[in-house]
Design a protein around this ligand. Sequence first.
Ligand code: FES
Ligand SMILES: [Fe+2]
Length: 362
Amino acid sequence: MANPYTFIRNCWYVAGLSKEFKAEKLTGHKIANRPMVIWRTKEGKVVAFDNRCAHKRFPLSEGRLMDDGSLECAYHGLRYNDAGRCIAIPSHPDGKIPPQAKLNPFPIMEQNGLIWVWPGDPAKSNLCKPPLVPEIDDDEWETIDSGPMEVPANYLLLIENLLDITHFYPLHDGNIGDIENSRIPIEYEEGEIDGNKFIKTIRQVQNYKQPPYLVDWFVYEEADRNHTHCMMSPGITRVVMRNAPPGELGTDMERGYVLMHTHTPVDENNHVWHWIVNCKKDHMSGGDPNMSAAKRVAVTFPKVVDEDRWALKLQQQMLEIPDGEYSELFLKPDKALRRARQIFLQLIREEQTESKHLQAAE
Ligand code: FES
Ligand SMILES: [Fe+2]
């Protein structure tokens, strides 16, 4: 059986939030094992290229941007324009530039306050679109993000974690979870939007006694609650939490968040995770009525994230040991996690088949 814990290349991934890409500042990344230099030009356009200088692989993100907008490599000074073409070689006084002196570009786009990049075959980048996350650049919502967090684990482990909230007990017992939470029945929905297969879990419950952090963030001790987790693509999972006093869901009393998790593979064993919380601007928290709900989540949610990072890191260490006699147990609530794995396996197999065809044709 193919291994789902690798990564998919033909996919849009989040390189960061728009605000992390200031004009004329070089940034170095590794996404799906591709080294990338990404920057925003003076004119505001974001561009991405192979981070290896065409000359001797020196990382271009260590270079500098010149007054004319070109990028100068810090090693021997080759200069590239924002189309990736070499325009100057200091050691060639005759000005001759070989045609191979150019950088491979990556498809990149800015949408809803996020920078999305495609590390796979550029010709396939129009097969799907980056999922829409409108709350991030909507004035009605207050948005706060974690910044990039490196996690020493395959990114599918994070997706599985997000689709499975039965781990709220015991991993998050006493903050966002308890045993009752882990027993809420799960409904499922799946389909495809803009070329991205999605899988969603829905948990609805009435007259529910909220765990402590939920009261702290969203005021109500007892609530009707609708909680969904959706892997929109291998690059992003969207969580929507709606709470209201019993019978009041859908009214002005409703509180909650839209929480985006972006998971970008660095390589097979590491990923970068951003969480981005969005709450309605005028919603104040229960724990501190002078603090907005979004700010209050941002203050306390890192404890929950630390618990997940701890689990993912330890799972990864076990994943690296050959199975031998071991086989994983699947429980009823693992259905969404299994489906996410199947989606990964299908995409990975498609890429492997394509690369075999390419090799055969060469
Ligand atoms: S390695 Fe970049 S100029 Fe030589
Ligand atoms: Fe968790």
